[in-house]
Design a protein around this ligand. Sequence first.
Ligand SMILES: [Zn+2]
Length: 299
Amino acid sequence: MHIEDINLNELFNISMKNPVLQKIFKENKLSKNILNNYQNYSNVENYLKYVDIVCNSNEELDKCLQETKGKKIIISFSLGYFYNSLVDCEHYLGLYKHFSWKRNFIHKNFSPTKFEQDNRKSFLPEYQDVLKATAKILKGGSKKGLMIEISPEVKKDNYFKFLSFRIANSGPNEPLFQKKIIIDNYKSILKMFIESNNNQGNYINQWTIKTCDILFLEDIGDENISIWSRDENLFEILKYRLDNSLLTFVSTNYNKSDLYKIYSSKFDNSKGITKSMSEVRTRKIITYLNQLTDYFEIK
Ligand SMILES: [Zn+2]
């Protein structure tokens, strides 16, 4: 469908007054011609129609003026197209303020209620550099996650629990708002894969782990390491997440050269998995980790 120049100019001019669209146009170096496409035109128009409705977290939900009460429209741009989606508005968030974070966890291995009673300041000062890197991630300034090597002598290592809880509580104006999170140690995750294959009712499978917005993979190197756990799981999970730029956090008690030794030691000539193949796969795993995360040591 061809959109008349007059409409296109008008929509483009209004778009340039909206900070979100302004940013999308600038960052993606778009010209107004991008709107000369029916999907793009209607999604931008639809977004602009509702964007100025103000929602208030102190009001009852029935005061909400959004088309769908409790939901507001947002816009994103990917591979040449604008997309609309709905997120919770302030009315809704105000109503469910105290437990809205719950919906952001697909799966977690801790209870934030109990966790909240812990002393969060116990991370300092060892975590100072990690905290700086974290702040950058929370502001959307880094697409890389963190890999933390925690020496076994460090008693408290619940930093990822703290961080996942913090992300789950992101507000509507934060980049990680309503991102879906999984946090567990790799050993338990593998156990869930086996259970879900046997139909034992656990719904976390490899696809969920691969595709969730944010993954916290704790204690790698402590699982029962096999060719299956390395090549069919860890390798596949990390590769998928790297290919799709999904935020990934990893913790381990081992340094990278130990991890290399641990993972490359598994081979089975009778199954055609030779020692040198194992070494190549392990090198790839380490490379994926390097590309997905910034590395920190906590001693
Ligand atoms: Zn509202």
